[in-house]
Write a protein that binds this ligand. Sequence first.
Ligand code: PLP
Length: 410
Amino acid sequence: MDYVQSPLDLVGTNAPEGPVAIARPHRVEAAGKWFLDHFPGQVFYAAKANPSPWALDALWKAGVRGFDVASEAEVRLIAERFGPEAKLAFMHPVKSRRAISRAYFDYGVRTFVLDTAEELEKILAETGFARDLSLIVRLAVSNEGSSLPLAAKFGVDPLAAPDLLRLARAATEELMGISFHVGSQCMRPGAYRQAMMDANRAIVRAGVVVDVVDVGGGFPAIYPGMRPPALREYMQVIGSTFEDMFVAQNAQLWAEPGRALVAEAGSIVARVDLRKGDALYLNDGAYGNLFDAAHVKWPFPVRLLRHVESRAKLAPFRFYGPTCDSLDAAPGPFLLPADIAEGDLIEIGMLGAYGVAMGTRFNGFGDTLDVQSADSPWPSLYEAVPSVVRHAAQSRVTNLAAVRSNKRKR
Ligand SMILES: Cc1ncc(COP(=O)(O)O)c(C=O)c1O
């Protein structure tokens, strides 16, 4: 990957046709270390948030060894990159039979989540009725307090949970646990307590010994208009509630953070291809790296990249992406200098999570170039900026044509 001190270094260069994904591994490393130091249990990074090699390697460097994987391809990606030292948990509640069997037999995965008796039967059948499985029952919990609810699709109803917990308990001599997801970008630490208490009720009703409480993902990042409480508060609530639960004496506490580990570490540099009033037509959009800006309508932070700062007032803009689909639009409003014009580069921040991970090839677009940057421009939930920031920059990009040709060679 090529390096810049800051995305400003891309201005005036022979910029690539497509968008540039800015990677800041030092921010991922800082987040990974912080989670390992402060989460009172084991951390499984939800690889779906950003499976880019630079992000995975930064977490590995930080010491993260657990990975929440959701597909056969994610299992393979992590297993082949890190080998048997990586601990994989297959946390998608609905898996294909082939994915289960390949995960178990080819990649050594032993931890599987389920939210129905049917899925449990599939897992047992496809692993040859293995007795060394760790089985985690996913409970449906309230997603109140999350900015991106995930409640509708997965999770066993609390009333049906005790039966499923008993079935899972009977099916394994290894770990049996309970998990949930409070919804992504959870703005209320108390939501974890509420969900853990719901899990506790199901455990008590089931009358089984539970070895794992997995609080899932949902840990937030900072976006405009969404400044969450300090992450320490989440850790305190989870740690103290765990103490109150009726679980095995040596029960383990797990979490599957995605967004919080990578959001700050990525941004997108997009080019303005046309301006029509307050509408900016960009070379990236809903089918590229801006899915959440378009579909979830989040107001991601933006800055205009110019060597000489614009003195124009900030004005609200909306974005259109490069495809022909009229859904390829992000309403914002994105505040940018009023004199923004065709050819300008914009940096759209906080896209390390669910940014490049969501891109498609629709309409022939989708080529995104990765460039590593040494700066840390967006607000951080992690207090201390680690020393790696100071020596992250290794060389400057002066000609992006060279960058492009390097990419083709890989
Ligand atoms: C099972 C599971 N775990 C963890 C995550 C990561 O969630 P977040 O990025 O909100 O931390 C997700 C996200 O969809 C998920 O489905």
